[in-house]
Design a protein around this ligand. Structure first.
Ligand code: UFG
Length: 340
């Protein structure tokens, strides 16, 4: 069995997936430029699994460096590609940074993968490709739209590139469209490490509870939803990570029906922002200081998935509840901040 290249493997989703891959018996090599992650994550992975994965620090946009890398690791037979910039707001302010980084790195990887006869590729996509969906829940058949952000565009364009390459080359691709991943590993040895002020809801909640932020601002309560708040499909990071192992095995065992397949990864259950806040309070016993403010530009009203395709085809189903997710996010924050 060959090795698995995990790009972005020290990041949030990458590190949790690396743990699941190692625990499933795979040998992992991580490439990460540590732009938005820290090297110490490897220690967490080692403590959980007993294995420190091989690690190389470089930027995937550097094709010559990538070629050198593949000379050193000739036995890689699969790629799980996470490495990308992911801040929606920043992508609006600096679109070229996003198009360059997210697309050049993918193209470089595919150029080398097709040369080296690497046949299995799992891609990290996002529910952002659905934009504001006309019907809920969304399925993999729901039309994708022009995106509200350059970040979202890079995910759609990447999928198009992958679809074309899978058609013409001997490479099989599974694109996983994530809904909203939250929480941390049960061991709380790895978790989410947002740099600076978090943009996402759950790290903002846990930092507010930890006293690092004064209050959570809730963006809008006048949406056309049952309670007036936005709705999202939050999914536990460990459930999400496990889906990558299942997808990779499907490719390795040649069980995929198409050369390019797409699966939505969510729980199938939508939760409103206020439900998340109330569930956090209930699950952790922490009273949260929050205030309702105006809408955040670019937020979609509601998005959650029909989770049946992943269950039918991959045999994968999210197991953990919103309460589990928020408890583990809080345990991680407490450990990280040394809160008793
Ligand atoms: N929210 C707040 N206050 C905050 C942060 C978020 O009220 O301080 C609300 C948002 O308005 C939204 C919900 O919490 O209704 C979730 O917001 P997040 O920023 O956590 O997540 P998003 O759904 O906006 O973003 C996620 C991913 C992106 C992806 C996007 C596509 O983080 O990578 O979904 O919709 F592009």
């Amino acid at each position: 069995m060959g090795k698995i290249l995990v790009t972005g493997g020290t990041g949030y989703i990458g590190s949790h997936t690396t743990v699941e891959l190692i625990q499933a018996g795979f040998k992992v090599v991580i490439v990460d430029n540590l732009f938005n992650s820290v090297i110490e994550t490897l220690d967490g992975i080692k403590e959980i699994t007993g294995v420190k994965p091989d690690f190389e620090k470089f930027d995937l946009c550097d094709y010559d460096r990538l070629k050198e890398f593949f000379k050193k690791y000739p036995d890689i037979d699969s790629i799980v590609h996470f490495a990308a910039h992911k801040a929606v707001g920043e992508s609006v302010r600096d679109p070229l940074k996003y198009y360059h980084n997210n697309l050049v790195s993918l193209i470089n990887l595919l150029k080398i993968a097709t040369k080296k006869n690497i046949k299995n590729f799992v891609f990290s996509s996002s529910c952002t490709v659905y934009g504001e969906p006309e019907e809920l829940p969304v399925t993999e058949e729901t039309p994708t739209k022009g995106q509200a952000s350059p970040y979202g565009n890079t995910k759609s364009i990447s999928e198009e590139i992958l679809r074309d390459v899978a058609k013409t080359h001997d490479i099989n691709v599974i694109s996983l469209r994530y809904f909203n991943p939250v929480g941390a590993h049960d061991s709380i040895l790895i978790g989410e490490l947002p740099l600076g002020k978090p943009e996402n809801l759950v790290p903002y909640i846990t930092q507010t509870a930890a006293g690092i932020r004064k209050e959570l601002k809730i963006f809008g309560n006048d949406y056309d939803t049952p309670d007036g708040y936005n709705i999202r499909d939050y999914i536990h990071i460990v459930d999400l990570a496990k889906a990558h192992v299942v997808a990779l095995k499907r490719l390795l065992e040649k069980k995929n029906k198409l050369e390019f397949e797409i699966y939505n990864l969510g729980t199938g259950k939508g939760s409103s922002t206020m439900e998340v806040v109330k569930t956090f309070e209930k699950a952790t016993g922490q009273k949260l200081n929050y205030r309702i403010v105006g809408r955040r530009p670019g937020d979609v009203v509601a998005v959650y998935t029909d989770a049946s395709l992943a269950e039918e085809e991959l045999g994968w189903k999210a197991q953990r509840t919103l309460e589990d997710m928020l408890k583990s996010a809080w345990e991680w924050e407490k450990k990280y901040r040394n809160i008793q």
